[in-house]
Design a protein. Structure first.
Lengths: 162, 395
């Protein structure tokens, strides 16, 4: 009896903490489909960055973090093109920017080209890069740093602005 | 349920990482180990293939006298481990002078993000032992120093060039703004025994693309991705001795981002310069080659299959042989492609598929001494391969 109780408690403990401290999920070839399914019928922002290889990304993440503070439900998905080894470094970068709780993913494939192709065959890896998906999941591609003006206009258009 | 069963159950639960609803999540590791697949290679005057590779925070040098079929036992350059950048566009560089001096440069990564040092070491005993590595950047700051390139004239002159953040840092510390990075270099006249003070070649360059350097009859010539206007990232060429600089691509790639995709440069026996580069500019997009000879430029020649993300080309030249190689991803595996010219870049062979790898892989490196052509390619599953290219007359 006591064992069953202990087992139950242990199982509950393990199941209750699936994502640990909210580290990034592994982004694989089918991840974008899952993200789109999660946002079915809704607009969202897919932002590609790198903790390790992209100084411009920090400026963009700072802007997104600022917006996340005022926009209660910013539909933001972050995908880092680093490797899962960088989970801690990613979190260390995102948390102070107010993005610690955002839906966060990291490339998990020895051939990043495969994942780039799954996202956009015309993407050679330049960062940052953002895709603004509308409710029908038609997307606009933003190459380079996303401007605050453009992002705010997009949020207004999709009735996401506060 | 017995105690043993319980213990086993507990062990099993602890050993199995918790699974999120749809994806597994990775445990945070305190220190990330970067992959170090990017190798350096050269062909010396005696036809020996030299290899510099990074493993366990050390740089290892080995050589082969049979065209890369067998390599000598690798020798560690330094007994002190350090973080050596050896992935993607960062790789160790190796060159061998006529007197057999082996020269090495590399970028060391420091713990603070985007900071590092440019390092140099050499061997005067044929690669059996190496001098203690020195730091070439002489600004004494923890700052951005990376994407080194190394060139020698073979007779004692050495140049090392890199991207340097010191000017940007100085301006920003005073509250100003500074676009891009700078290019600095150091030179030696005694095969790397001593280096002159650092000199600045130019300011406002792209921050995260490899540089290229080759030794011409007029001295060392560099190629780098420059910033034109506020954010147009086209290539510039300059002679380090004269400082004379000019724009060599008109792609008009305007982007406030890091392409991580630099250019390659080589010079042939007649003094013609051979350039390879990548762009997503307004004028053209993709991977290109061109030749600059007697002040005339050939029209850009598109390389590779854009649908296969052809990229990261490199070029080698000697005599009248020019060898180009690049990497593609065919949807299943990485593929190394190569093409060559035996008439100084006037005509070209068809591209040839030399090798493939279904896992993580380096960019391919071309080597030629004029008579022979080789492509060095490292990949996680196959290791370093030295692939011969038959130099038939171009079709």
């Amino acid at each position: 009896m006591i064992h069953r109780l202990l087992f139950g408690m242990l199982a509950a403990l393990v199941l209750a903490a699936p994502a640990g401290a909210g580290g990034p999920a592994a982004f694989t070839t089918d991840s974008l489909a899952k993200i789109k399914a999660q946002y079915a019928g809704r607009p969202f922002i897919l932002n590609l960055w790198s903790v390790n290889e992209c100084s411009y990304c920090i400026a963009e993440l700072t802007l997104l973090g600022k917006l996340a503070k005022t926009q209660k439900r910013l539909p933001l998905v972050l995908v880092a093109t680093d490797t899962p080894d960088y989970a801690a470094a990613m979190q260390k970068t995102l948390a102070p920017l107010g993005l610690g709780g955002v839906d966060s993913w990291v490339f998990d494939d020895p051939i990043p080209e495969r994942l780039r192709h799954a996202i956009d065959p015309s993407w050679y890896g330049e960062l940052p890069r953002t895709y603004l998906y509308d409710a029908q999941h038609q997307r606009e591609t933003v190459v380079g740093v996303l401007s605050e003006q453009r992002l705010r206009a997009w949020l207004r258009k999709h009735k996401l602005a506060n | 349920m017995g105690q043993l069963t319980f213990a086993l159950l507990l062990a099993a639960m602890l050993a199995t990482p918790p699974v999120a609803a749809t994806e597994h999540r990775h445990d945070a590791k305190p220190q990330a180990a970067k992959p170090t697949l990017a190798v350096g290679a050269t062909l010396d005057g005696n036809g020996r293939v030299w290899l510099a590779r990074v493993e366990n925070q050390q740089l290892w040098v080995s050589s082969s006298s049979d065209g890369g079929q067998h390599f000598s036992r690798p020798v560690a350059v330094s007994s002190t481990p350090e973080d050596i950048a050896a992935n993607a566009e960062n790789r160790p560089k190796i060159a061998v002078a006529q007197d057999g001096t082996v020269l090495l440069s590399w970028s060391q990564s420091l713990p603070k993000r985007f900071t590092g040092n440019i390092r140099f070491a050499r061997s005067t005993d044929g690669g059996r032992s190496f001098s203690a590595p020195i730091t070439l950047n002489d600004d004494g700051r923890i700052g951005s120093h990376s994407f080194d390139s190394l060139a020698i004239d073979g007779a004692g002159r050495v140049a090392v060039l890199w991207l340097d953040g010191r000017d940007r840092d100085a301006v920003r510390e005073k509250g100003g703004t500074f676009a891009g990075s700078s290019v600095y270099f150091a030179q030696s006249a005694d095969n790397g025994a001593h280096f002159s003070a650092n000199r600045r070649l130019t300011e406002h360059t792209c921050e995260c693309c490899r540089t290229a350097l080759t030794w011409t009859a007029e001295g060392p010539v560099a190629l780098w991705r420059n910033l034109y206007g506020s954010n147009t990232r086209d290539f510039a060429l300059a002679n380090l001795d004269s400082g004379k600089q000019r724009r060599v691509t008109d792609d008009e790639w305007r982007i406030d981002a890091c392409p991580h995709h630099g250019g390659g440069l080589a010079v042939d026996a007649r003094g013609a310069l051979h350039l390879v580069w990548f762009t997503q500019g307004k004028t053209r997009q993709g991977l290109f080659y061109k030749r600059i000879a007697d002040g005339r430029e050939s029209p850009p020649l598109a390389l590779g299959n854009p649908a296969a993300q052809a990229g990261h080309a490199a070029v080698a030249a000697a005599g009248s042989t020019v060898l180009l190689t690049w990497r593609e991803f065919d949807g299943r595996a990485y593929v190394v492609q190569a093409m060559h010219s035996t008439d100084g870049g006037a005509s070209w062979s068809a591209p040839r598929r030399l090798a493939e790898s279904a896992g993580a892989a380096d960019y391919p490196l071309p080597l030629t001494d004029g008579a022979r052509a080789l492509v060095v390619w490292n990949s996680a599953s196959e290791g370093v391969r030295v692939l011969p290219v038959q130099l038939g007359a171009p079709q």
